[in-house]
Design a protein around this ligand. Structure first.
Ligand SMILES: [Zn+2]
Length: 291
């Protein structure tokens, strides 16, 4: 299955109300591990990169690795750039081949964010790519983007107007979730998803998913959160599995064995989340709509 457009994966997910995991990878090992998880579950998958990861690896180097890996798997996959406030990097990724970008203009006022998002949507269209929009800051810093403050939350009508005026394909509403780990259980506002979908039926994106319960995921997905971002859970699996291995094997200097252990931990994390979101076995829904 070739790499497909974001729409090919999210349109059926939104229509049938299942969630597709959108996992932030950090390197070649995590990329291969999450693709292996999707293959095992016959699930569509969205692979994401933070701006920090793209800057660290270089867009061309990451994209080349992505194409080689993605072309090997039998399930539909697509590549998305997570929170990016920098227009130049948006352009670089679109030119290089990313299928979708989140232009994060949440630090701008809504009028300026709308104006710039319209430009990004037009630019993305020229590349056959899609745009995720955001007007409210998701609390918590992720890879150097964002702030710990929850920030303003606008009435849903303001979000609906933004969606209408910009033509974004998907939208990340503020629903009480936060990036990073929850210190106490979050006060979710799932009704905002329902209200927005009623006004504008486009796929909603769940940010700050790590740490939500299975029933919280299921509820938000049933309301229209078709793209479910997972970043913190991967970071934890990646770092803790290194730590576990090193603590269990002091004095051993065997990188391939350590990396095998890490790969299994990352793959297990991905399998667990994909299974929870209901997209296992859905790879065929996508191939049916593309062929
Ligand atoms: Zn996010």
């Amino acid at each position: 299955m070739p790499v497909v457009a974001m729409r090919e994966i999210l349109d059926p997910a939104f229509a049938e109300r299942y969630g597709v995991a959108a996992i932030n990878v950090v390197d070649d090992l995590t990329l291969e591990a999450v693709l292996a998880a999707a293959t095992e579950l016959e699930a569509p998958l969205i692979v994401q990169t933070s701006l920090k990861t793209v800057k660290a690896m270089g867009a061309r180097a990451f994209y080349t690795m992505w194409r080689v890996r993605a072309d090997e798997v039998p399930v539909p996959v697509t590549l998305h750039l997570d929170h990016c406030p920098d227009r130049q990097w948006i352009s670089t990724c679109l030119r290089t081949g990313w299928n979708s970008v989140l232009f994060d203009g949440s630090e701008l006022d809504v009028d300026e964010n709308t104006r710039q998002t319209i430009e990004v949507v037009a630019e993305a269209e020229r590349h056959g790519a899609h745009v995720e929009g955001e007007i409210e800051t998701v609390a918590g810093v992720e890879d150097g983007v964002g702030s710990d403050d929850a920030g303003r939350v606008h009435p849903v009508e303001v979000s609906a107007k933004f969606i209408e005026e910009t033509g974004v394909y998907s939208f990340a509403p503020a629903i009480g979730t936060a990036h990073g780990l929850y210190k106490s259980s979050p006060e979710l506002r799932p009704e905002r998803v329902t209200e927005l979908v009623a006004l504008h039926p486009i796929p909603m994106v769940l940010h700050g998913g790590t740490g939500l319960t299975e029933s919280q995921f299921a509820d938000l997905i049933s309301r229209g959160c078709a793209k479910v971002n997972i970043s913190t859970a991967l970071k934890i699996a990646f770092v803790e599995s290194h730590r576990e291995y090193l603590e269990a094997n002091p004095g051993k200097h065997d990188p391939p064995s350590m990396l095998t252990h890490v790969r299994e931990a990352v793959k297990d994390m991905a399998v667990r989340h994909i299974g929870m979101f209901g997209s296992a076995g859905r790879a065929r829904a996508v191939s049916a709509s593309t062929t």
